[in-house]
Write a protein that binds this ligand. Sequence first.
Ligand SMILES: CC(C)(COP(=O)(O)OP(=O)(O)OC[C@H]1O[C@@H](n2cnc3c(N)ncnc32)[C@H](O)[C@@H]1OP(=O)(O)O)[C@@H](O)C(=O)NCCC(=O)NCCSC(=O)CC(=O)CCCCCCCCCCCCC(=O)O
Ligand SMILES: NC(=O)C1=CN([C@@H]2O[C@H](COP(=O)(O)OP(=O)(O)OC[C@H]3O[C@@H](n4cnc5c(N)ncnc54)[C@H](O)[C@@H]3O)[C@@H](O)[C@H]2O)C=CC1
Length: 720
Amino acid sequence: MANYTKRDEVAVIELNNPPVNALSFEVRSGLQNALKSAIDDQDVKCIVIHGKGKNFSAGADIKEFGAGTKQQKPWITDACRLADESSKPVVAAIAGTALGGGLEVALFCHYRIGTPSCRVGFPEVQIGILPGAGGTQRLPRLIGVNSSIDMITSGRHVMAEEAMKLGILDKIVTEDIIEEGVKFAKSVVGLDLAHRILKNRKIEAVSPKVFDDEISRVKKKYKGYIAPLFCLKAIQASVQLPYDASMEQELQLFQHLVGSNQAKAQQYAFFAERTSARWQLPTGANSQNASPLPVKTAGVIGAGTMGAGIALCLITSGIPTVLVEQDQKFLEKGIKTMEGDLRGSVALKKMTAEQAKKAMLILKPSVNFEDLHDVDLVIEAVYENLALKKEIFAKLDKICQPQTILCTNTSSLDIDMIAEATKRMDKVVGTHFFAPAYIMKLQENVYGKNTSAETVATVMALGRRIRKVPVLVGTCESFAANRMLHPYVTEALYLVEEGASPYEVDQVLEDFGMPMGMFRVSDLSGLDIGYKVRREAAKRQGIDLTLGTRFVNGERVCLLADVLVEKGRLGIKSGKGWYNYGSPGKKEAIPDPEVLDIIEEHCRKFGIKKQKISSQEILERMQLALINEGFRILEEGIVSKPEDIDVIWIYGFGWPKYMGGPMFYANEMKLKNVYRKICDFHQKYPFSIHWTPSKLLARLSETDLPISNWTSLINSNSKL
Ligand SMILES: CC(C)(COP(=O)(O)OP(=O)(O)OC[C@H]1O[C@@H](n2cnc3c(N)ncnc32)[C@H](O)[C@@H]1OP(=O)(O)O)[C@@H](O)C(=O)NCCC(=O)NCCSC(=O)CC(=O)CCCCCCCCCCCCC(=O)O
Ligand SMILES: NC(=O)C1=CN([C@@H]2O[C@H](COP(=O)(O)OP(=O)(O)OC[C@H]3O[C@@H](n4cnc5c(N)ncnc54)[C@H](O)[C@@H]3O)[C@@H](O)[C@H]2O)C=CC1
């Protein structure tokens, strides 16, 4: 709703819908009524609109866009039209965020003032829609077409200082926002308002080429997403048509998007991320009843690929960090990497040179573990070797304060075994970052059997603070993310043995929306890593793994990647892998006939008959294999809700948000179809354990319940 009060001759309208003042039906109606009262009241000379609490408004209530629900009138435009027509100045007083419809309300006002920390933006593209309450028409009239295209197609938040430069804000104020709003409104009473009404402003002439170029840019940058292209169409209408006609055009484009599958998936992803933040442990402890410990300083051990990236995340978030290496040479190498990454961020305008310099000032490089004596939390990122990690944790246990939390970035080792090396098993936890750690958003936090709720709360809070998306998972072989990757990768190799080329497989995945096909990703990570992992696992299990091995414990294996490794094809690092890169380190992936010959020879050797495999089969086998594993992970309680899995795939592996995530994708396919197809593959490929259908999937497929109901069903039926 909206509260209406008066301060002398100033009407103060407060948007009131905690926590973010989303513009629900009640708020829109309240705003419309309040504006009417203020305009009708002879004593009122000017009007201030502000938001109750920390935010002005986060825009339309996204839940109202849900399938089948119609936006009830008044819409934002109906509520705000009165401001346009008012002869009394209307001032938006912005604290916190004014996003989407929230900014649209502010653009109906004659003036906008904001606090130094306020942010404005049109993040609609991120939820698959466009600013449908005049945003695409009014912003270009205020800040010009080019800046509007940037803001609206990227969805980025603009800080107060930039908003002031662009002309979105008229003033930045430092005192109480309501007092300042009242003062400002009084100061503009009597001034001519004609030029302040945005719909009356002339729009600059722009050549159609600008839009042609932008369409190409957006298609490349936001590959597969339709909303940014619709935003461009709406902005182009603002240039080509009179205001009323282009508003009509904006509405039509909005209506098309709001009913699209992409919007449904992206809005699901928005709420999935927030649902995933609400973690819980099997003990019942959860994000509501556990409190994080403060992390004022941190330590990182190992300045290699991962450690350097993790340390960067910490220092660029303002956390003073001690970075410890085994010797000066490794330390210097890590610091060079960090400095290079910071230069990259500055070049991309993600931070200023000043901010980069400031970040490096709070890094303390060291080759002495004793320097970790006073830090609040340590993240270990040394080689993947259990004995080494145990040795380091035992050492840390002695050096660090009793309350210090000890985290490991292991990608596969047992958290409990590492914790056993300490006398503080409750304070040991996995914080599994993804490469490149400075860029990838996922932080897979892994609890062991003794990890306390306080420790979990601390690493979940730390994840948000360092701009990651943290997800909580339990311990199992490879944890949740990489465990799901296993059947996906395995199926890709089987497909290649059976007749698809690696390039066809990659094309199908990239057409689906994955940023890179599986084989290109393997080349990027290095084929030798999997090679070593497979050999070490085989050694542990007493298995003699050779290039001639076809079955292990009754399960089919395909060691084609190892054939490439033994021919010196390690991926990008050696200039050749599944693709040819010309020379080591080059990124352009060129399909290589030599690889096709290697595959041919491999198949001949094992008498494998090759056949034509359709794109649909490639996609189904790869996606359904990982989806089945996802249901098993859910069934075993490794994650507590399907949203966790979708967040992992979106932020860890680049699953396109417009496809919602693998669990959402399964939901859209209907579980009974998913289950039937998995059963068919199980029958056809009995030697692949990953096709054994998940019991949870079998049970859920009988119910036909949507994804939003799965968690309560799982929790209410322990037999699942
Ligand atoms: C605001 C934030 C930056 C705050 O972040 P933070 O503090 O980290 O808190 P969060 O955990 O993110 O959020 C707290 C809590 O709030 C919930 N929430 C946040 N924003 C919204 C929202 N906009 N709506 C609903 N709920 C919201 C969030 O989920 C959390 O709750 P929890 O899930 O229970 O934990 C951050 O939250 C943020 O970035 N928010 C999103 C901002 C955003 O995307 N805004 C744009 C919204 S869309 C919009 O404004 C659309 C428009 O421009 C105009 C619409 C025009 C309508 C025209 C009508 C025409 C109708 C035609 C017919 C249609 C036919 C049909 O309907 O079928
Ligand atoms: N590389 C990747 O893509 C990912 C790796 N991981 C995990 O992160 C950890 C680190 O992996 P990478 O960074 O790739 O390894 P890396 O080999 O690039 O770096 C390891 C660093 O640890 C240092 N180190 C070794 N022993 C040390 C000691 N006793 N004291 C201080 N420093 C020591 C080494 O000098 C080296 O710089 C491993 O557990 C790995 O499984 C997790 C996710 C992704």
